[in-house]
Structures are given as structure tokens and as C-alpha cells.
Ligand binder design. Structure first.
Ligand code: G3P
Ligand code: MG
Length: 456
């Protein structure tokens, strides 16, 4: 039995709570850890506490029962499980085309204590999406799902790129709405951030069929790009102008050392290109998946090959890259410590995703190298279409985020029963739970249904 579960958690750091209605980025950039909450949550503590205490007590007693070793003075319980946690993809799991998926709202309520055991389960968000600061995405998600959300539990596709700010001085940032991606990059510490708009403003002939709007003309910076050395290109979010952006990236790739208006004889003296993810398809408001940043990457590589005859090597961040899952592990550790004073890593992280090529592949591969278990759950509300064979096999496939949460909680309860009753298999534990439920002992399935019904 891991000691972690009986160690009295350190007093978590005090959090400031901001209403999602009037939370601003500035307010979110204060030093103390911040949580964005729906207005109605601002004053009210969640009502799961009492139930939570009882349930934790039961769990500890069960553990006491199963391991006589643990000392009689077990510390007081918390209502947060330290055994497992969840990590959620966003597009196609919680949100579709900017609108919340109804079951996702319920799933969050279950994780925040509205469940048979009244326990809270820590969770983080790991999206390949981006184009806004983590803080802005937090305010947005808090409003969409009616939950408390904090930048401390949020990873965008470009979040790990902040570690490159020290390496590159002048960088081109591509994608997203208006000036948003420049703000994100400057927020990460990149000193000198230029955009395609700045380049077109300097030389409108760069993109024959693309003229800047009045707004873009106003917001774009006047620079003489003949003298500006662009050291790296970062595609932070989905491009809103595939033709113009690819023209400008190609100009730089074929340039002499990153100076626009120059041409290299060898076509390999240009700056490196980094994509914040490699999703060829993603789940938006259309019924069928849409082309994503990974498709732009393929198109750029094909054009470079067509024009120069050479292969183009670019780097992608985001899921399924192991770097993003290592980043998620550190973020989850910090989040559980900050919010619940839990130090030890969870035994299991349930990763809920809709895209086999990024969510499931990444989780399965990370599970092979990670200290703890990463358990992949595929939902049917996004890219993955029922009846097709996912390229990377998940541990479980369920209809939606709510079913994913109940699946994980049921599995953990079976594990707990199996351990507590020293049963040789989860199957027997399931039978024990069943038996208990027939004897009207509260169990997951009946209570879970009750929980879901009570959520209606
Ligand atoms: O542009 C983002 C999209 O490709 C996928 O986002 O949240 O499903 O990882 P997400
Ligand atoms: Mg997704």
C-alpha cells in the first residue's frame, strides 16, 4: 500500500477566486494561485464535503482493514482522492465548435464531488489547441463548463514552447486571430515577435491576393525586414490564411539566414519551423472532422519539396509528443500540491481524448515510460467515428466524457474493493460490489446512476 494516501497533506496554498464574468487577464496575472469560477460559485463552498469526509473515512477504514500495518492514529481525511486523476483533451471531448458538450458539464460535476462517494478527483486540461493565453482559455472554459478553472491546470499546444524563449531573439509567430499569438509569445518571454501582418505591411507584394484589413494595417508593426534576421518560425495556432502564411514561411525557408528578400543557393539556410501540434484533423462545429495544423504542415513540406526538390524537416509539439506528456506530469504534480497539498504522484492518470493519433497514441506511449499508469479512454463525441478502427487502440472506448469519468471511478472502486477484500481479481471485486448493491450497500453503479440522475 502506498504510504502517500495516509500522509496528512500539507496545507494547500490559498487561492484567489475570480468570477468568470469579470475575470481579466491582468487580475489573473497576480502572484497568488488563481481559480476562475462561475459567479454562482464565488461564495458557495461545494456541498460534497460532508459526504466526502464519510467516504474517505470508509476508504481509510477499508485500507486499515486490508493492511493491519497502518498505525491507529491515521491523520484526518481529505475529500480529494490521491489515488488517481484525470487529464482531458478539449476539442471533441469537452467542447465542440466553441460550445460545451452537455455530458462534459456533468462529468465535471461528478469529478468535483457530485458522486456516490462525494470525493473530488483532481484533473487538468491538455489541448493541442491554442491561439490564446492559457489564462484566456481558462476564463473561456470556466464559462463554457460552469467550473472552476486555473491556468495552473491548463496546457495548450504551444505552452511547452515557452521554454524556447531564451534560445531565439527575433521570431515569426503564425496563426490565430489578429494579434493574439504575438501576445501569447510575448507573454512567454520572446523578446522580438513579428507576424505575417508586419511582413505584408512592409512589402504588400509579398502576398499578391492578400491585402491587410484596416485593423491589421493599424496593429501590424512597421519594420524594414531587409534588416531583420528571423531566427525561428513558430506556428502557434491554426492559420487563418493558408496561402499567405505558407508563402511567407517558404520565403524564409529559402532565404539566406532568415533575411526576407534574399534567396539561398542551397535553400537550407533558413530558420527552423516549429508547429504547436500535428493534428491533421480536428473536431469543430461541423459534423465531420476539419483540416487542422498538421494538414498545413504536410502542405508546406509538399510545397517546399515541389519548389526546392528537397525534404523539409520541421518539429511538432503537442500530443502525441512525449514532451507534452512530461510537461503534463509536472503540471499535474504542481496542481495537486498547490490545490490539495498532495505530494505523491497518482497511481493512475485517466486521459480522455477524441483523436487516436494524438490523445490515445501519446497516452499509450507515455504509459510505457511513466512511473505511474496512464490509461487512455477514447470518446465518440469528436474525431473518432464509431465503426472505424482507431489507428491506436485505447484502453477503453465510451460515448462521452461523463461515461469516461464513471468508467475510471468504477475501475478505481473495483481496485479498492479488490485490495480491501484481498480478492484475487477485479472480476471478483465487481461481484462483491454487485453483491453489496443487492444488499443495498451503496456502490458505484447504483449510486453513479443516482449521481447522474441527480445531475439532471
Ligand atoms: O487546433 C486544435 C485541435 O487540433 C485539437 O485540439 O483540444 O482536441 O487537442 P484538442
Ligand atoms: Mg480533441
Amino acid at each position: 500500500m502506498s504510504q502517500a494516501s495516509t500522509v496528512l497533506p500539507k496545507r494547500p496554498r490559498p487561492f484567489q477566486r475570480l468570477s468568470s464574468e469579470d475575470a481579466t487577464q491582468e487580475a489573473l496575472s497576480t502572484r497568488s494561485p488563481t481559480v476562475v469560477v462561475p459567479p454562482k460559485h464565488l461564495m458557495a463552498p461545494s456541498d460534497a464535503h460532508e459526504v466526502a469526509t464519510a467516504m474517505e473515512l470508509a476508504r481509510h477504514e477499508l485500507e486499515e482493514f486490508s493492511s493491519p500495518m497502518s498505525s491507529p492514529e491515521t491523520p484526518p481525511v481529505t475529500n480529494v482522492t490521491d489515488k488517481y486523476a484525470f487529464a482531458f483533451d478539449i476539442d471533441g471531448v469537452l467542447i465542440r465548435g466553441g460550445r460545451p458538450i452537455p455530458e462534459a458539464i456533468e462529468a465535471m460535476k461528478v469529478l468535483n464531488g457530485k458522486n456516490a462517494y462525494g470525493i473530488k478527483v483532481p484533473y487538468i486540461f491538455v489541448t493541442n489547441g491554442g491561439g490564446k493565453t492559457e489564462r484566456e482559455r481558462c476564463i473561456q472554459l470556466s464559462k463554457q463548463l460552469g467550473i472552476e478553472a486555473s491556468p495552473g491546470q491548463f496546457i495548450c499546444g504551444h505552452t511547452p514552447m515557452r521554454e524556447m524563449a531564451a534560445k531565439y531573439q527575433t521570431v515569426l509567430v503564425v496563426g490565430g486571430e489578429g494579434e493574439k499569438c504575438r501576445q501569447v509569445a510575448e507573454g512567454y518571454g520572446f523578446k522580438d515577435v513579428v507576424t505575417p501582418g508586419d511582413i505584408i505591411k512592409d512589402n504588400p507584394d509579398t502576398t499578391p491576393f492578400r491585402k491587410l484589413t484596416a485593423d491589421e494595417e493599424k496593429n501590424s508593426r512597421a519594420l524594414n525586414f531587409g534588416r531583420v534576421k528571423i531566427e525561428a518560425i513558430f506556428v502557434f495556432a491554426d492559420s487563418r490564411d493558408w496561402a499567405g502564411d505558407q508563402q511567407i514561411i517558404l520565403d524564409l525557408l529559402m532565404s539566406k539566414g532568415g533575411y526576407l528578400g534574399t534567396r539561398s543557393e542551397t535553400f537550407n539556410e533558413g530558420p527552423p519551423v516549429f508547429f504547436s501540434h500535428n493534428d491533421v484533423m480536428w473536431s469543430a462545429s461541423h459534423d465531420l472532422a476539419r483540416l487542422g495544423m498538421g494538414a498545413l504542415r504536410l502542405s508546406l513540406e509538399a510545397m517546399y519539396k515541389a519548389v526546392t526538390g528537397m525534404e523539409l524537416n520541421t518539429t511538432a509539439f503537442g500530443k502525441p509528443q512525449m514532451g507534452t506528456f512530461q510537461f503534463a506530469t509536472r503540471l499535474l504534480q504542481q496542481w495537486r500540491r498547490d490545490t490539495h497539498g498532495i505530494d505523491a504522484p497518482p497511481e493512475t492518470v485517466y486521459f480522455v481524448g477524441d483523436t487516436p493519433e494524438s490523445d490515445i497514441r501519446g497516452t499509450n506511449e507515455f504509459n510505457k515510460q511513466s512511473e505511474n499508469k496512464w490509461y487512455s479512454i477514447l470518446v465518440r463525441t469528436g474525431v473518432y467515428q464509431e465503426g472505424t478502427k482507431p489507428k491506436f487502440a485505447p484502453k477503453a472506448t465510451v460515448d462521452n466524457a461523463l461515461d469516461a469519468v464513471l468508467h475510471g471511478m468504477e475501475r478505481e472502486t473495483k481496485k479498492m474493493f479488490k485490495k480491501a477484500l484481498n480478492l484475487p481479481s477485479a472480476k471478483l471485486a465487481g461481484a462483491a460490489i454487485e453483491k453489496a448493491s443487492n444488499e443495498n450497500m451503496p456502490t458505484v453503479s447504483s449510486k453513479a446512476n443516482e449521481a447522474t440522475n441527480s445531475l439532471a
